[in-house]
Design a binder for this molecule. Structure first.
Ligand SMILES: N[C@@H](CCC(=O)N[C@@H](CS)C(=O)NCC(=O)O)C(=O)O
Length: 231
């Protein structure tokens, strides 16, 4: 198996995708917290775009969550997390791409940061950012609700695929906001499958995030400058 290290900060959505995938594969790993080193020369040497996660497997260093997740699935034993069937694999990749482009930005950057991350730092939420995000989040939830057959527990088929692990941390942070809780109440299929995955794995995602909710993410002060939309 070799030595595996995940670099990131604990509350990070993408870091938690990698931690969930490694856990599902049964791969033990060390977590290296970069919270106090974000943007430092050591961090930028690992990730030139100043983001996390980064995976180190016996000196093979990789960034970008999609690349890491597919590498982990192929490089290690354990349950196969990518379907062989071309159409199922395409649907898995469609969910991953949709998460990156339509779910994560509005749910994490525009809602969760304003509700959960900034207030802890003494930064007032920008209600215009939240208001603009809500219809986009509603659309995403409607799409997911309609796509899930009643009783189907996973996004693609009857087994967990990478799509479920990509979706879980974002849906977890949605479920921690008042707006998210309200919206999820009218989405019984999403609720039944554990917010886009499976209840047990959703609990695992929550367990990763909950200890850090309410703790300051100091480097997020910079997000107000770099990432926050201006209306
Ligand atoms: N495209 C990257 C996105 C990673 C990303 O945005 N990570 C966030 C944390 S969830 C981050 O590093 N944020 C730090 C920052 O923007 O300063 C991936 O797929 O890994």
């Amino acid at each position: 198996m070799g030595n595996v290290t995940v670099y990131g900060f604990p509350v990070s959505t993408f870091v938690n995708i990698v931690r969930l995938v490694l856990t599902e594969k049964g791969v033990s790993f060390t977590f290296c917290d970069l919270e106090l080193e974000m943007g430092s020369p050591r961090h930028l040497a690992l990730h030139p775009f100043n983001r996390v996660p980064i995976l180190d497997h016996d000196g093979f260093v990789l960034y970008e969550t999609s690349a890491i997740a597919t590498y982990v699935d192929q490089a290690f034993d354990g349950p196969q997390l990518q379907p062989d069937d071309p159409r199922e694999r395409a649907r898995m990749n469609r969910w991953i791409s949709a998460l990156n482009n339509y779910y994560y930005p509005y749910i994490a950057y525009h809602l969760s940061h304003e509700r959960l991350i900034y207030p802890v730092l003494g930064i007032a939420p920008d209600e215009k950012v939240v208001a603009a995000a809500l219809p986009k989040i509603t659309l995403g939830l409607d799409v997911m609700e309609n796509d899930l057959d009643p009783g189907r527990k996973f996004l693609v088929n009857d087994r967990p695929t990478l799509a479920d692990f990509f979706m879980l941390p974002t849906m977890t942070s949605l479920s921690l906001t008042p707006e998210g809780q309200q919206m999820l109440r009218s989405k019984p299929r999403i609720a039944a499958c554990g917010h886009g995955g499976v209840a047990e794995r959703h609990c695992r995602a929550r367990a990763m995030v909950m200890p850090h909710v309410g703790r300051p993410v100091e480097h997020a002060r910079q997000w107000v400058v770099d990432h926050r939309p201006r209306y």
